[in-house]
Design a protein around this ligand. Structure first.
Ligand SMILES: Cc1cc2nc3c(=O)[nH]c(=O)nc-3n(C[C@H](O)[C@H](O)[C@H](O)COP(=O)(O)O)c2cc1C
Length: 213
């Protein structure tokens, strides 16, 4: 009898743990090679010294039309919010480790959802959504599940990701602007976000049109 109670309690705890883990990482979708992008392995060592990148960090608002290649997108997304430890945690911290932020990448060839665990981009729409978010070759949209996390913590978590992107851009000759002014109502509708999810900020990235500091 006692043994049965212990087994039941253990199963309940395992189930709760599983549910919590599932909440953090979205279920892995099917990868369709002709549509989705398996990003190349990110280059996670070397690069510009941190202090030099901090010296270079700034906002750029106009970009050339040159697109980012897959290696650069891979490195950038890993720096932004990739997995940097075996326990599945990210390059950016998250309040209470809820990991409620998800990233959409708006590229000329469509709208993609970033899966940090597999480091791949799942295309969710083939339409060029840039008329809604500006003409940068890449715009990241940061959405959070606000049923999981308060808006203030979600905004803070996104700020860390944004600074990772700023530093990556500074270290790699890219320009970037973090964006609070976005037509989020139209964007949320277009992305058909899950209940509770909202885009809170965006960040455009490209090669700067001017080299001026
Ligand atoms: C929360 C937040 C929202 C921002 N929103 C916008 C924006 O909508 N459009 C824009 O051009 N810049 C935006 N910025 C960039 C700031 O204008 C920029 O960081 C500021 O002018 C200082 O320039 P610096 O980044 O070169 O130091 C935003 C920055 C933050 C932190």
């Amino acid at each position: 009898m006692k043994k049965n109670i212990i087994i039941a309690l253990t199963s309940m705890l395992l189930f709760a743990g599983g549910a919590f883990a599932a909440q953090k990482s979205a279920p892995e979708p099917e990868f369709i090679p002709t549509i989705d992008i398996q990003l190349p392995e990110p280059q996670t060592s070397g690069g510009m010294p941190l202090m030099d990148a901090l010296k270079n960090r700034k906002t750029d608002r106009s970009f050339t039309s040159q697109e980012l290649d897959e290696q650069t997108i891979s490195n950038l997304l890993w720096a932004a919010y990739g997995i940097n430890r075996p326990d599945g945690k990210h390059t950016a911290p998250s309040a209470m480790n809820l990991q409620e932020v998800v990233i959409y990448a708006i590229l000329p060839k469509g709208v993609y959802y970033y899966y940090p665990q597999k480091h791949f981009l799942k295309r969710i729409m083939k339409e060029d959504m840039r008329p809604l978010v500006g003409n940068a070759p890449l715009t990241l949209l940061y959405a959070a599940n606000l049923t999981q996390q308060s808006k203030i913590n979600a905004a803070c978590d996104i700020g860390f990701i944004g600074q990772n992107v700023y530093l990556f851009a500074a270290a790699n000759g890219l320009g970037t602007v973090f964006r609070g002014s976005l037509n989020t109502a139209a964007i949320d509708q277009k992305l058909e976000l899950r209940l509770g999810q909202e885009v809170l900020y965006g960040q455009s990235v490209g090669y700067p049109a001017s080299k001026k500091r």
